[in-house]
Write a protein that binds this ligand. Structure first.
Ligand code: ADP
Ligand code: TZD
Ligand code: MG
Length: 576
């Protein structure tokens, strides 16, 4: 670019106001409403973090980039704006990369901005400080990757990153900023002009009228229809339209994990507690922002039963159609526009046969009634049901709190037991079933929404990001973490049959995770019964003080891999 004055001190000859890379990046972020950065400082971005903070950007400094990256990814999900994660070069970049891949896999908009080393030295592999070809490494793990070499291109670079992250199917974007860029100086007026305020970053994608008609025809002729809501539906923030569609149609709905609360789990049409029945017996399934991946057994096999199925799918990504089974009525567009178009075509709608809706409701009520007494037990040490019965009430009484959830048994059972009442209040391990999202999600949820956060964490899951309790204390965030401490992964009872090392799945028995919180000035509580747990969680949620409750669970209470033990490969050989 001819307008660029690269790192030349022109002050002696030129009185005009100047700007530089540092300031242009800050100005470009602010111009586009990106006012929060999650990251870890170091060369070459330490001063950038300070300057961004001084310029009014909220800079959340983490203990590890992976947690900062997860925070940015869920900030994207919660706000529909790309969450920004900032890291140093090579190792910091790599630590953030897991989260970037996670954002892409989960369709969350995120921008990973990493400082990088001298291009000339990296490209000749001459061994620079933290040398790495970061752009090449990021590419296969994100939707788009860009590098900015000239200060005058910062505006365009960020605009491209924002558009790539949020338009179409959202995902992760990598933005590579070499160290030299930050100090590059240019004329301030030209700098201002080079910035881009992105207009209509995620344009509406209107579905074709034919596609809407086709979908409604299939739905109208269904005897046993089902609507499945996925986290894409939660992301779309078309809450009222989705609720109207479900209620006008009279069709039972099944929320995927992070779509829980889009309509309350206690809604009369909710089939959450009759999941296996509706999957097996339905004849037409309309997917709204949910993929037929492993979480839905790829739309085929035993859990889908023998009844022939027709699938309608609403998704912004055309390539998603027919990914696992035939989609007889693909509806490609953004969920808000698609749902509005479906609603508009539903004149003279008749509800599905009452034999179907009645059978679903009956099954659901039976299952709920069967579960109820188990949730009221006061056993000590606790089992999952006793502890989760308490937390279920906590959320019922505070439906606007955000629930963060990870673990195996801790995840699967909490998902089934804790009812959600409002959209985007449950955030969890997502498409990969990833451990380590916990504390980053807590921090971003508190920062982005200002609501109280309750994290329900397996003891193993918590360990992946546990050091971030210091971050939670440092920023005084209203986060209550409940660690379901069963001494290990799935269970705490495994023994090593061949030596004195502990078995691979078990941890130090009787660990006191609550003391970690006390180390940083937060509140720590050891809870050994549901009554103690209830008191401690209520106190934490009411006070808003950073709190960690070590919930002592029976080490024998869990099962291998929670609800997905069937995915473990088994040795055909006899166990020695
Ligand atoms: P779940 O895990 O809850 O089943 P998935 O992550 O598998 O959900 O699916 C989410 C889907 O939603 C993705 O296929 C994505 O393309 C789609 N999606 C995301 N945002 C939108 C939107 N605004 N409009 C339409 N589809 C969307
Ligand atoms: N590493 C990562 C990043 N993600 C994973 N999902 C795993 C490892 C494997 N894994 C699971 O799938 S669940 C889990 C691991 C290690 C922990 C389960 O133990 P927990 O929960 O203590 O968190 P429960 O309640 O004891 O089952
Ligand atoms: Mg455990």
């Amino acid at each position: 670019m001819s307008a660029v004055v690269q790192s030349i001190d022109t002050s002696a000859t030129d009185e005009r106001e100047q700007t530089d890379g540092f300031n242009l990046i800050i100005d470009a972020l602010k111009l586009n409403g990106l006012n929060t950065i999650y990251g870890v400082p170091g060369i070459p971005i330490t001063d950038f973090g300070r300057m961004a903070q001084a310029a009014g950007i909220r800079v959340l400094s983490f203990r590890h980039e992976q947690a900062a990256g997860y925070a940015a990814s869920i900030a994207g999900f919660l706000t529909k704006k790309p969450g920004v994660c900032l890291t140093v070069s090579a190792p910091g970049f790599l630590n953030g990369l897991t989260a970037l891949a996670h954002a892409t896999t989960n369709c969350f908009p995120m921008i990973l901005i990493s400082g990088s080393s001298e291009r000339e030295i990296v490209d000749l592999q001459q061994g620079d400080y933290e040398e790495m070809d970061q752009l090449a490494i990021a590419k296969p793990l994100c939707k788009a990757a860009f590098r900015v070499l000239h200060a005058a291109d910062i505006g365009i670079g960020l605009a491209r990153a924002i558009r790539a992250a949020v338009s179409g199917r959202p995902g992760g974007v990598y933005l590579d900023l070499p160290a030299k860029l930050f100090g590059q100086v240019m004329d301030a007026e030209a700098g201002r002009k080079s910035l881009v305020k992105v207009i209509d970053a995620a344009p509406a994608q209107i579905p074709a009228p034919d596609a809407i008609k086709r979908a409604l025809d299939v739905l109208r002729n269904a005897k046993r229809p089902l609507i499945i809501l996925g986290k894409g539906a939660a992301y779309a923030q078309a809450d009222d339209a989705i609720r109207s569609l479900v209620e006008k149609s009279g069709i039972p709905f099944l929320p995927m994990s992070m779509a829980k609360g889009l309509l309350p789990d206690t809604h009369p049409q909710c089939a959450g507690a009759a999941r296996s029945t509706v999957l097996k017996d339905s004849d037409v399934v309309m997917l709204i922002g949910a993929r037929l991946n492993w979480l839905l057994s790829h739309g085929k096999g035993k859990s889908w039963g023998d009844a022939p199925k027709k699938f309608i799918q609403i998704d912004i990504e055309p390539k998603e159609m027919d990914s696992n089974v035939e989609i007889v009525a693909p509806v490609v567009g953004d969920i808000g526009s698609c749902v509005a178009a479906l609603l508009a075509g539903m004149g003279g709608w008749t509800a599905p046969p009452s034999e179907w809706t009645g059978a679903v409701a009956k099954k659901r009520d039976e299952n709920v009634a069967k579960m109820a007494p188990r949730l009221m037990n006061n056993n000590s040490p606790m089992d999952y049901h006793g502890a989760l019965g308490v937390l279920r009430t906590v959320i019922k009484e505070r439906p606007d709190a955000i629930l963060v959830n990870e673990g195996a048994n801790t995840l699967d059972l909490a998902r089934g037991i804790i009812d959600m009442y409002q959209p985007r209040k449950r955030i969890d391990v997502g498409t990969w079933g990833i451990m380590g999202i916990g504390m980053g999600y807590c921090i971003a949820a508190a920062i982005e929404t200002g609501k109280p956060v309750l994290a329900v964490e397996g003891d193993s899951a918590f360990g992946f990001s546990g050091m971030e309790v210091e971050t939670i204390c440092r920023y005084s965030l209203p986060v209550c973490i409940v660690v379901f401490n069963n001494d290990g992964i799935y269970r705490g009872t495994d023994v090593n049959s061949a030596g004195s090392d502990p078995a691979p799945t078990v941890f130090v028995k009787g660990s006191r995770y609550d003391k970690m919180m006390e180390a940083f000035g937060g509140v720590g509580v050891n809870a050994t019964s549901p009554d103690e747990l209830r008191r401690a969680v209520n106190a934490a949620m009411d006070s808003g003080k950073p709190t960690l409750i070590n919930a002592v669970l029976d080490p024998a209470a869990g099962s291998e891999s929670g609800r997905i033990g069937n995915l473990n490969p088994q040795s055909k050989l006899k166990k020695k």
